[in-house]
Write a protein that binds this ligand. Structure first.
Ligand code: PLP
Length: 385
């Protein structure tokens, strides 16, 4: 990824809006912070590439050009494999119809691993392993906090699924979980507890499989909050995290980072005023920001994102309160004494997103910024499934 000297690059003023901006120095600091933390905790890092969906950024996140890494679609797996990544966990429950794409990648020498939590999926993976003559590596997903999919640790199906894979011709590579419930924690102690719970649940399942005579070499956990707050990962072998690379207002609110760590922003232009409500209208609606927003009632909400000036300096309490497809309404957060600044039509602003993965997904490319806020490269994003 070329990083031009600060004197070069395009001015932000010349960019069409809305546009997705990426502050390279902040991103690199975010990556370095988590990598050094995981080195101290002695777990391998398998970054989740679903937030960035960019080959150039993936190379910055991974510990080697060949991986390991995590993906959320087979399209990502195919694109990253084309770019030389050789160790990929596809971390969304496998649909039997997708196994042909998995075996095609494996036949090219890419170690694609799948995730499942049912006997039906285990039968399908075992069948595809026998049919293709290659043992497909599979992880049993564990539900550590009731927020989504996975087998709960006490469920006898854990061993049943393990046996179907192991005896049926697939490879039981391990267990994995994602502590999505950590996003609901109300303070750092809550995230720490979620991290301990995430570890305990998955380590208990690994022990149960081993006690039943089944292999379980890999024990995989991961979410950005728990990756930053875990104190002890004994029994865990690898960590996955994705949104840490950019951070967003959700992570600011959770106390995982500060506002000046957020590397992603949407460049927008003031296109009107709502005089009565003292609100500004900007050309970043939900097409540019996504529909994902902070639903917390009252003054604590950051709405669709926090508003900054063109240099990226946040205005106190100024947020995007409403969106239509191509309009955003910018005003002071509810209950705040701050007033919206009086900015003329044509003023450029930057919005720190509520949810970086969702906002980035609305755009085709990143505009990479150097420390002088000049655009030094454009990085395409992978889209589709
Ligand atoms: C299976 C899995 N692992 C890891 C992650 C990464 O979590 P985060 O986005 O909090 O970094 C996710 C995110 O959704 C996930 O679904």
């Amino acid at each position: 990824m070329p990083t031009a000297p600060n004197a070069t690059g395009r001015e932000l003023e010349g960019l069409g809006t809305p546009a997705l901006l990426l502050d390279e120095a902040r991103m690199m600091a975010n990556i370095a912070r988590l990598k050094s933390r995981l080195e101290r905790l002695k777990v391998r890092f398998r970054p989740h590439l679903k937030t960035a969906k960019s080959v150039e950024i993936a190379r910055r996140m991974m510990t080697s050009p060949e991986g390991p890494a995590t993906v959320s679609t087979l399209k990502e797996a195919e694109e990253f494999a084309r770019a030389g990544v050789r160790d990929l966990l596809y971390a969304v429950g496998i649909a039997p119809q997708k196994l042909a794409r998995v075996t095609a990648l494996r036949a090219q020498g890419v170690d694609v691993q799948v995730v499942l939590d049912s006997t039906e999926q285990a039968e399908a993976v075992a069948g595809a392993s026998r049919g293709s003559g290659q043992a497909i590596p599979a992880f049993i997903e564990i539900d550590c906090d009731g927020h989504r999919s996975g087998v709960i640790p006490e469920d006898p199906r854990l061993i049943e699924i393990g046996r179907i894979l192991h005896d049926g011709g697939a490879e039981l590579r391990g267990v994995m979980t994602h502590a999505g419930g950590s996003y609901d924690a109300s303070d750092p102690a809550g995230i720490e507890a979620a991290a301990a719970h995430e570890r305990d649940a998955v380590v208990a399942c690994a022990q149960a499989l081993r006690a039943a005579g089944l292999p379980c070499p890999v024990v995989s956990v991961g979410s950005t909050p728990t990756a930053h707050f875990a104190r002890d990962l004994t029994g865990v072998t690898e960590m996955r995290a994705g949104v840490f690379v950019f951070f967003d207002m959700t992570m600011v609110k959770l106390g995982v980072c500060r506002m000046d760590d957020v590397a992603l922003s949407v460049l927008t232009t003031v296109i009107g005023h709502q005089t009565g409500q003292r609100a500004l209208i900007v050309d970043a609606g939900w097409m540019a920001l996504s529909r994902d927003h902070d639903e917390t009632p009252g003054a604590k909400t950051h709405g669709y994102g926090h508003v900054c000036n063109l240099q990226g300096v946040p205005y106190p309490d100024l947020i995007v309160t409403h969106t239509n497809q191509e309009h955003g309404v910018v005003s002071a957060s509810p209950g705040s004494r701050a007033r919206s600044p009086e900015l003329p039509i044509g003023t450029r602003l930057r919005i720190l997103p509520h949810h970086a993965c969702a906002t980035a997904a609305q755009h085709e490319r990143y505009h990479l910024l150097n420390t002088d806020n000049r655009v030094v490269a454009e990085l395409p994003r992978i889209s589709g499934w």
